[in-house]
Design a protein around this ligand. Structure first.
Ligand code: DC
Length: 218
């Protein structure tokens, strides 16, 4: 049986930073499920499909073959065999991923892949519905959150470090809109699983959050 650590939470809560650290300390693989939704969204953008065109999305999503592999310990997302890591981290792709992840066919395909990965290997998996839908029997479940202000500031710093100039209030607006979309969709909405431990990282350092999660792993 594999050991499964599920980390869910809203955009910009620090899930991937924390999940990567925990995976490294435990020697597990890290599965970033948001990157898979982003790869799918990127595919829709390149196909000129609008986020509200349900028919096009449901018919076309079968043409996007998404897989992951690992290079030097880093997750690489392959879209129809091509590495798309370098193009999926933009706000445009993130917003498209949030808008298109509500469609059942998109979720079915990606959820199946995620379950398969977690059956084969010990994982730290992060996303929106990992503790509630993808891995309901996970050994450790964490709901990681932080205030919208703090999350916007973190995303702003991240983008600034990459040299992208942006408006922090626009980022906060986007974050709030994204939360609302992710929490209110009918299928697999973002919510804290009943047996998940709530960690509010607004006033915590990365080390403190990692330590907290490590202490939950027995
Ligand atoms: O974590 P992220 O910002 O990379 O995720 C992008 C979007 O993908 C997010 O707004 C909603 C969707 N997503 C999802 O619906 N389910 C997941 N398990 C992960 C992400």
């Amino acid at each position: 049986m594999s050991y499964q650590i599920a980390i869910d939470g809203p955009a910009g809560a620090g899930k991937s930073t924390i999940a990567k650290r925990v995976a490294k300390e435990k020697g597990f693989i890290y599965v970033d499920t948001g990157a898979m939704y982003r790869a799918m969204a990127y595919f829709f953008i390149t196909e000129n499909i609008k986020p509200d065109d349900e028919v096009a999305i449901e018919t076309k999503c079968g043409e996007a073959d998404i897989t992951i592999c690992y290079e030097n310990g880093e997750q690489v997302v392959l879209l129809n065999g091509k590495n798309v890591n370098g193009v999926i981290r933009t706000e445009e792709v993130g917003n498209m991923a949030s808008a298109t992840s509500k469609y059942p066919k998109v979720r079915e395909r990606l959820t199946a892949l995620q379950k398969e990965l977690a059956e084969r290997e010990n994982v730290v998996m992060d996303g929106r519905d990992i503790g509630t839908c993808v891995l309901p029997g996970a050994d450790v479940k964490v709901y990681l959150t932080a205030s919208a202000k703090v999350r916007a500031k973190r995303r702003f710093d991240e983008l600034a470090a990459k040299g992208e100039v942006c408006d922090i209030s626009k980022i906060e607006e986007d974050i709030i809109k994204r939360d609302e979309q992710d929490m209110n969709r009918p299928i697999a909405p973002l919510r804290q699983a009943e047996d998940a431990v709530l960690v509010d990282s607004s006033e915590m350092s990365i080390d403190e959050v990692v330590e907290k999660i490590m202490s939950l792993c027995v």
